[in-house]
Design a binder for this molecule. Structure first.
Ligand SMILES: [Zn+2]
Length: 352
């Protein structure tokens, strides 16, 4: 078994959504369920030892566009969100993360040392991530409060615009150069994350925003759940120029299992072979090196290949990689060690 530390999941969104309908988030995660992708049991079965768990504010107005006869689609951008309801929702999701920790349903990790110790104890190692910072105002005071609650990673924007910058739409085929980059407040956010030791995630940001972060941050460049634009030209994927910058910074790309970001036709379809995942991983490894590629499943946030199904099927990807020739040392890097190196760097821990 190659234990996996994964760069992106939306299990907090699922638990929060179900809690609105009366479900107990602690029981849903600890006791297991048949819905969604991650709980303690399925994670253990698939060797999913932990990952970045996103606080994400849903966009009620988002409606995914159907492809036209040529397979093209442009989903209209979700509208910007109001700050106060966003703060309320983010607080509720952070509280779920803290309650799961208090109940020992998972371990909320603030250091790589915490992650390794949770892995050794066979308990899910959760890292609090924020996917789009609508809950944080331009004065950044909420950032310090969320940091105190355990936040250790954030993407300034999701696929919508906010006070910090601009996101890319869900569109195929389309370049990620769709809108401006960081705002003045966005540059401040990046500098403050550098000061605190919070990882900055470049998934969902426009190409201009990517370069704005690149010239400002002192961290390696990281896209937690994105794939190669050369193979699947959705606006969410990374161009070769972006990939080269990630390589030069010794950063990381987490492979997204979302089928719309893996398939050559950009469609969302669970009937997608693991071969499409291997194609993207091979491409990234060839372009940026084995040290700069990891996993970023998007479990509980995307349509993933049915062969994997959920967290319990995670080792099927590892097995498929083994079959095409990846050795155990390289698989260890892909599965967890690259992520742990990046986090140790962003969090300024001694080499873990
Ligand atoms: Zn995402």
């Amino acid at each position: 078994m190659q234990f996996v530390f994964d760069g992106h999941n939306d299990v907090l969104l699922r638990l929060w959504t179900h809690a609105k309908d009366g479900s107990d988030p602690i029981a849903e995660f600890a006791d297991g369920t048949t819905v969604g992708h991650i709980d303690a049991h399925r994670a253990r079965e698939g060797g999913l030892s932990g990952g970045l768990c996103a606080i994400y504010i849903p966009s009620g107005d988002l409606v995914f566009a159907d492809p036209d006869v040529e397979g093209r689609y442009i989903t209209p951008m979700a509208a910007p969100l109001d700050p106060l309801p966003s703060l309320a929702i983010a607080t509720e999701m952070a509280a779920i993360a803290l309650r799961l920790d208090a109940a020992s349903a998972w371990r909320l990790c603030r250091t790589v040392k915490d992650i390794r110790s949770a892995m050794a104890d066979n308990i899910f190692a959760a890292v609090m991530h924020m996917e789009g910072c609508e809950a944080i105002g331009a004065d950044l005071s909420a950032l310090e409060v969320f940091y105190a609650a355990g936040l250790r990673s954030l993407g300034p924007v999701w696929s919508r615009h906010n006070v910090f910058g601009h996101g890319v739409p869900f569109a195929f085929p389309m370049s990620p150069d769709t809108a401006p980059g960081l705002t003045g407040a966005g540059f401040e956010l990046v500098r403050e994350c550098n000061r605190l030791g919070v990882l900055i995630d470049l998934a969902h940001i426009t190409e201009k925003g990517f370069w704005d972060v690149a010239k400002t941050t002192d961290q390696p460049l990281v896209a937690s759940h994105s794939n190669a634009h050369a193979l699947t030209p959705v606006a969410r994927n990374l161009t070769d120029r972006q990939l080269d910058a990630i390589r030069e910074s010794r950063g990381l790309v987490g492979i997204n299992y979302a089928t719309a970001m893996l398939r050559a036709d950009g469609r969302s379809d669970s009937d997608t072979p693991l071969g499409d995942m291997i194609r993207h991983i091979d491409y990234l490894v060839n372009r940026i090196g084995i040290d700069c590629v990891g996993l970023g499943s998007d479990f509980d946030g995307a349509t993933i290949p049915e062969e994997i199904g959920d967290a319990a099927g995670n080792q099927k990807l590892i097995a498929a990689l083994r079959e095409v020739g990846y050795g155990e040392a390289d698989l260890t890097k892909l599965a967890r060690e690259n992520w742990l190196r990046i986090l140790a760097h962003a969090w300024r821990e001694d080499a873990a």
